[in-house]
Structure formats: C-alpha cells, structure tokens
Design a protein around this ligand. Sequence first.
Ligand code: FE2
Length: 338
Amino acid sequence: MKILVAEDNLFYRHLLASTLGEWGYETIAAADGTAAWEILRREDAPRLAIVDWMMPGMDGLAVCRQLRALPKPEPTYVIVITAKEGKGNIVAALDSGADDYIAKPFDREELRARLQVGIRIVGLQTSQAVVFAFARAVEAKSPYTQGHASRVTRYALGLADRVGVSPAERELLRRGGLLHDIGKICVPDAILDKPGALSPEEIAIIQQHPAQGVSIVEPLHSMRDIIPLIRWHHERLDGKGYPDGLTRTEIPFLVRMLSVADVYDALSSKRPYRNAIPHGKCLEILRANASNGGLDRDLVEQFARAHPRTLDGTETAADFDPYFQNAIDAERECQLMT
Ligand SMILES: [Fe+2]
C-alpha cells in the first residue's frame, strides 16, 4: 500500500520514509501542505497519509478539512503527526477530519500499530465501496429499477427528518436504503422486466431477494447493522409480508419507514406493465394499504406531510389512465413492490 508522507522537516521526512520503506510500504513524499493537498485530491490518491500539523502555507489540519469536504467514496485515512501535545490539540486534529494522531518524536512500535489500524479501516472502506458499486450494478440491470434505491433513500430520509431520528439512525437508513434491494441481482431480468402478470413461481423467485440480499452483505461485519432493512423491507404489520411474516412490533421503526418510501417509489415509477401513478393517487394507495394492515398508518401520514408534492414529476393524466384500464390490483402490487 502506498502512503503519503507530508512533512516539511527534512530529517523527519526521511526518517518516516525510510521507516515505512523498511516495513515494506511504498511512500510518496510532500514537503508542504499544498503539495500534500495536490496529491490527496487526485483520483489515484494514496489511501493512507501521515501528515505533519505544522507546515508552511497550508497546515496539516487545513489539508484534513479540505480533504473531508471532497465527496470521495474511498477517503484517505489520515494520521496527523505533531510535536503539539495535550487533549485540546488531539481534539482539534480529530475535529479537522484526521482519523488518528501521533506525537513527535514518534515511537516506532506505536507508529507501526497505528498504521495497521489505518490499513484495517481502509480495507473495510474498500469492501463497503465494492458493495455499494455492486448495488449500483443491480439497478443498472433493468430500466425499471434504475434510480430506485437512491430515490427510496431520499424519500425515507425526508420522512426520517420529519419524524425525527438520531444522526446514527439516519445514517443507518441511508445505507440500508441504498442497499435494500441488492438481492435483486439474483432475480432474472426476464422476471424484473416482464410486461405481463407474474406466475406464482416467478413471484416466489422475486420474494427471495430480501434473504439473498442478506447473504450478499452478511460476510462484511461493517454491514451487519443494515441487515434488518434488507431482510424485512417487504414485511407487513399484519404479518402477511415476507420473508418472515413479522408483525407490527417485531418490525423495527426504521424498516417501517423504509417500507413506506419503497412502496411510494414502486407506485410512482413506471413499471413494465403500467405507467407511473401520480403523487396524489400514490398517497391514496399508501393510505389504503395502511388501512388493510400493510404499512404503518402514522408513518404514511408523516410521509404525506414530508412530501406534499409530486416527487419526481410523474403526475400526468396520460400516465394515470392506463393504470385503471389495466385494473392492476394495487394491494397485490404493494405486497410485491418489485
Ligand atoms: Fe425489495
């Protein structure tokens, strides 16, 4: 793994580079903050960096702040190194976006241990990035699933902001929303894109996608917390959902939120067998579904308040009519939410 060493002091720069080289790491050196920033902002930036705090021009903390403002799927892990001591300085370094902190003169064993922590974290981030890339590939499988996960996530977060959840729960909902249908990679395109009614066998195949999604993310420890959102997003409060037939209190709150957003997007998107349903009618169907024991009634009402207007410009009379002409059973559709 390549590691950036940003240090203006020549002695420390060489000492760090030779120590890291001795341990088998490849290094790239920067003699000031601006040079470090130029390297870190690149697409192929090193995934790990040791950055001195006090440098001429842009200091190490400014480099961290700028780096964290970059929207990068695989962020660089930064260890700030400095002669400054005391709790206040450690807090300032971490607040600026540094991942870790080590004092000068550095202890070799401590540096080695801290680097190993960084490498473990970088490995985890890489695995997560692969899973999210995989989820995007699932969406690209079919024109009818394109954009579904990101829209569901946006709708669910809008609902969460209205209801009020903790920042940790919001982040869980965001990650779960993006990955909730990852199991659809196992559903043949011919079923996902089928223009007509599905056979019982095809419905059974679709209904396997929550469990298949779980088996995809399960090996990653960092993904375990979103498993309920993947496994249970098709459960119903009356116990008639799948795959586990959970009832009201057994379905976690965040999962119930995700389900409302998921059904809304299923209804308001064009499907192989019908056009998009307009916003007002979607809300009507959500309410009917809640009355029949499917979705959480309170959350449906909160969703309607959080999203009072059409969300994706789908509302047209031309789109609306064929829905009735085809006499699709809305309740059945809400159960499937494919
Ligand atoms: Fe699903």
